[in-house]
Design a binder for this molecule. Structure first.
Ligand SMILES: O=C(O)CCC(=O)C(=O)O
Ligand SMILES: [Fe+2]
Length: 264
């Protein structure tokens, strides 16, 4: 990747809280391999499983398909790709380790998976540089489903939240923490991107899952986060993130750290 391009991605990430990196050969190959892997797992649940059929994904999910693919091997291959490695270095992650990551499968028939407006750092903690690398395995748009962002909101600071499922949110576990404040959504952006793109999200940008009205090809996405062991303030606070059960509600000391670093 050209260095000059990377600088403009960095500028956009800093200014708007997100950027979209076009597919490169390495990612295109990994996505193809990943789609094949997920299809072959699908065949364990539904005979003649077709990855493009939302009905097949729905039938397979009833038998545990979604749970089975969340940690499939392609997730780790993408996370350790040269492309993600060099991007994370460029955006200032000095000692990357795998943070909360998984494969998502989204179909409009299962709207319970929809993740409404939130900021990742609030739900997941992590270093102030624990960006999300959101990698769609299919082309994404309003028609196929995607994510919706509020550009610039990463500079606002922390919005008020409540647990989506209070019954499973306690000091150790958490459900999704969703923003309860009224948001200005008139300038929201639904990401349109080709399979194999990398959408980088600032940990503080407000975003949500975008579900189309009509049935669509299942949206498969690798959600990768690299936490930063080289962030000494985060290390001194106990290097907390969602993988070990932490969020901003059970670890409020992180608010001062974020405030100091981001300066809101
Ligand atoms: O892919 C999606 O629908 C949203 C994922 C997301 O926001 C997250 O995992 O933090
Ligand atoms: Fe998110």
């Amino acid at each position: 990747m050209e260095k000059s391009n990377l600088f403009s991605y960095k500028d956009q990430l800093r200014r708007d809280g997100y950027t979209v990196i076009e597919p490169c050969e390495e990612l295109e190959n990994l996505i193809k391999e990943g789609n094949d892997e997920i299809d072959s797992i699908g065949k364990l649940f539904v005979e003649h499983f077709e990855g493009s059929s939302s009905l097949h994904t729905l039938q397979a999910n009833k038998k545990g398909f979604y749970k089975a693919v969340r940690n499939c091997m392609c997730l780790y291959k993408i996370a350790s790709s040269e492309t993600i490695k060099s991007l994370s270095k460029e955006i200032g992650v000095s000692c990357p380790v795998l943070g909360p990551s998984s494969i998502r499968l989204d179909i409009k028939e299962e709207s319970n998976h929809q993740f409404n407006w939130h900021q990742d750092a609030v739900s997941l903690l992590g270093s102030s540089k624990m960006f999300t690398y959101w990698v769609p395995f299919v082309d994404v748009s309003r028609k196929t489903g995607s994510i919706e962002l509020l550009p610039g909101t990463h500079k606002h600071g922390i919005y008020k939240v409540a647990a989506r499922d209070p019954e499973i949110a306690d000091n150790n576990k958490s459900s999704n923490l969703l923003i309860t404040e009224e948001l200005e959504t008139s300038r929201s952006l639904v990401i349109e991107a080709k399979a194999g793109s990398i959408v980088i999200l600032d940990p503080f940008i407000c975003h949500q899952s975008f579900y189309p009205q009509k049935t669509h090809q299942p949206r498969r996405t690798a959600i990768i986060r690299l936490d930063d062991l080289g962030d000494l303030k985060h290390l001194r606070l106990g290097f907390k993130n969602f993988s070990s059960g932490y969020n901003l509600i059970n670890s409020p000391e992180y608010e001062a750290y974020y405030k100091e670093i981001i300066g809101y």
